[in-house]
Design a binder for this molecule. Structure first.
Ligand code: DGP
Length: 113
């Protein structure tokens, strides 16, 4: 999508600090970190949000989860981490290209709201 920030990060027209990339997905540091380690993992294809996951596009989401152990190990998150996906207005999703936040590098709080 031409007006999508994360599609522009995928095509390289907006720079990012990449931590992992393959033909289907990209992981890069969040611009506004909320933990000592804060990385976003995105599908390269434009899927707006969790609400738009279908049988047809779910493969890339599964692929993200198969790569998260490798990505988190490379980030030194052996003691654990949190995966967050915000969806829609009530979920406070600000970028409408589905992404998973990986947060870690410290003891995180117990509350999620
Ligand atoms: P969310 O609120 O779940 O939609 O999270 C969007 C995140 O994306 C937010 O933590 C800040 C981050 N972000 C927004 N624009 C950019 C950008 O241009 N580059 C990077 N690296 N992160 C961005």
């Amino acid at each position: 999508m031409s007006d999508c920030i994360f599609c522009k990060i995928v095509d390289g027209s907006i720079p990012s600090k990449k931590v992992y990339e393959d033909d289907q997905i990209l992981a890069f540091y969040d611009l506004e970190p909320q933990a000592p380690v804060h990385v976003l993992v995105i599908p390269k294809i434009h899927i707006c949000c969790a609400d738009a996951v279908t049988e047809e596009n779910a493969g890339v989401i599964a692929h993200i989860f198969t790569k998260i152990p490798e990505i988190t190990k490379s980030l030194g998150l052996e003691k654990g981490y949190r995966i967050v996906n915000n969806c829609g207005e009530h979920g406070c999703q600000s970028v409408k290209h589905m992404h998973f936040h990986i947060l870690g590098g410290t003891q995180l709080g117990g509350r999620m709201t």
